[in-house]
Design a protein around this ligand. Structure first.
Ligand SMILES: [Zn+2]
Length: 86
């Protein structure tokens, strides 16, 4: 039960981050991100969910643990995008 509730919260957070990221990136006036960059960002956020990462806000993670999660999500997103031609 508890893990289901945490997963639902994590999913909501991932969706919120994706929406905010897209809004932020699409409103950037300096240099609009490429479609590839936007896709990579979305895949990166989905990777966090698939890898069952803890929320840096609610997960009580150290800076090192947070960075390790970011590196893992980046690596998975790179692998997915390489094979899918994001
Ligand atoms: Zn991340």
């Amino acid at each position: 039960m508890l893990s289901f509730e945490l997963s639902a919260i994590d999913l909501i957070l991932v969706v919120a981050v994706i929406i905010l990221t897209i809004l932020y990136l699409t409103k950037s006036e300096v240099k609009p991100p490429t479609e590839e960059k936007q896709t990579f960002t979305i895949v990166h956020e989905i990777a966090h969910q698939k890898l069952e990462h803890k929320s840096p806000i609610f997960g009580n993670l150290t800076e090192k643990e947070t960075q390790e999660q970011e590196t893992e999500a980046d690596q998975l997103a790179k692998n997915v995008c390489m094979h899918r031609r994001c």
